[in-house]
Design a protein around this ligand. Structure first.
Ligand SMILES: Cc1ncc(COP(=O)(O)O)c(C=O)c1O
Length: 399
């Protein structure tokens, strides 16, 4: 019927049959595939949601003064950087919609350009945003630590680029990019650098970072309360940086009807001003990351020692997966193995649902080679559930 765009199957829906199978195990499936928080938001956030009295009127698309001031104050407190809430910052409805719609607005502004640059191992919405804008999605190489290599960008792609996405700490690999180098590359090449920093609070190697530390000219930082404050179901974030770009995007987004609901804006204020709940959350993720790393290691070693391979879990590395520099994912290598086989085995035996590398790797031969070798495990289940997965995997019948 149509020769046009056919939306691909949403990646995580490809795991539905494995979820159904794992659900049959006593105790059910332990889903560590999607990075969706399982812990509660702070109680004052829920109270603010109910008590704002903002339901009747339309909310400000750019965010209320209180919303913008609270976000800017958080940037100052956590990163030591001042941004003007009146000219350099505005609200978004969580950040995925911002990521997916940015190329469309940039293309309208610079119709002679048609390219979105993004890390070759990354969150899939960067490439999808390009596709939805009718643009080219061009992956940028990452190094052996999964840090973006801006020097590898072809000059012809740079001249066509609307923006370069960077993501620190990165999903899925947890790497920390050199944001100063990315900002400098953008300025040298006249390309907006959009820095997705939604995992900033979960930086394990040193203090949290923002591209705004390297001046606001030609850059945008994108932040979210989804992970920081367990508010993925509430939908609140912001973008901040270059005043001219912020002004342009504010106007476009007003016309498009992008509005964070009033009660959500009130809840967001309550979240940004509080840091204690983030400290609690950091400790939870740290403990779970260590447990998950242990689970993968124990499973691999046990199978390696037994020489038996009833469920194709041999494909795990015999070395423990490294803990990430940031974020709450274990990005584990399956050397010589097949990521999908490993994903299936973990689901069938451990009831543990994890994602294959394919969800995060560029298409094409190089991406496919890498995709086969990696899996991502999100630390989004409570410890007692992870221990249950460990117990199941430790009791695999090897005879
Ligand atoms: C790298 C990255 N950016 C953005 C998002 C979107 O988060 P939200 O739309 O909930 O703010 C996610 C969610 O998993 C993510 O991993």
């Amino acid at each position: 019927m149509t020769a046009g765009f056919v939306p691909p199957v949403y990646p995580y829906e490809r795991l539905n049959s494995l979820r159904a199978e794992a659900a049959k195990l006593p105790g059910g499936a332990i889903d560590c595939s999607v990075g969706t928080p399982c812990d509660p938001p702070p109680p004052q956030v829920v109270e603010a949601l109910a008590a704002s009295g903002t339901e009747r009127g339309y909310p400000a698309s750019i965010g209320s003064p209180a919303f913008r001031e609270a976000a800017a104050a958080w940037v100052q407190r956590r990163f030591g950087v001042g941004v003007d809430p009146d000219t350099e910052l505005a609200a978004c409805i969580g950040t995925k919609e911002f990521v997916a719609s940015l190329p469309r607005y940039l293309k309208l502004r610079l119709p002679d350009r048609d390219t979105v640059l993004y890390p070759s191992v990354s969150y899939p919405s960067y490439a999808m945003g390009a596709t939805l804008a009718g643009c080219r999605a061009v992956p940028v190489a990452v190094d052996d630590k999964f840090r973006i290599d801006v020097d590898s960008i072809d000059g012809r792609d740079a001249r066509r680029a609307l923006c370069l996405w960077v993501n620190t700490p990165g999903n899925p690999a947890g790497a920390l990019d050199d944001l100063g180098a990315a900002a400098a590359w953008g300025r040298d090449n006249g390309v907006l650098v959009a820095s997705d920093e939604c995992y900033a609070e979960f930086t394990w190697d040193g203090p949290p970072r923002t591209i705004l530390e390297h001046d606001t000219e030609g850059v945008l930082a994108v932040h979210s309360l989804s992970k920081r404050s367990n508010m993925a179901g509430v939908r609140a974030g912001f973008y901040a940086g270059d005043a001219e770009l912020v002004r342009y995007l504010r106007e476009c987004r007003k016309h498009a009807g992008c509005m964070v609901p009033g009660p959500v804006q009130a809840a967001a204020v309550a979240a940004w001003v509080d840091q204690d709940h983030v400290d609690v959350q950091r400790a939870r993720y740290r403990e779970r990351l260590e447990e998950l790393s242990g689970i993968l290691h124990v499973t691999a070693s046990r199978l390696a020692a037994s020489g038996s391979d009833p469920v194709a879990l041999h494909s795990f590395a015999a070395v423990p997966p490294e803990l990430p520099e940031g974020g709450f994912y274990i990005w584990a290598e399956v050397p010589g193995g097949d990521a999908w086989v490993c994903v299936e085995a973990l689901a069938r035996v451990g009831g543990l649902i994890v994602s294959p590398g394919e969800f995060y790797c560029e298409s094409g031969e190089a991406g496919a080679r890498r995709a086969r070798r990696w899996i991502r495990v999100a630390a989004v289940q409570p410890m007692h559930r992870l221990r249950q997965a460990r117990a199941r995997l430790e009791h695999i019948d090897l005879d």
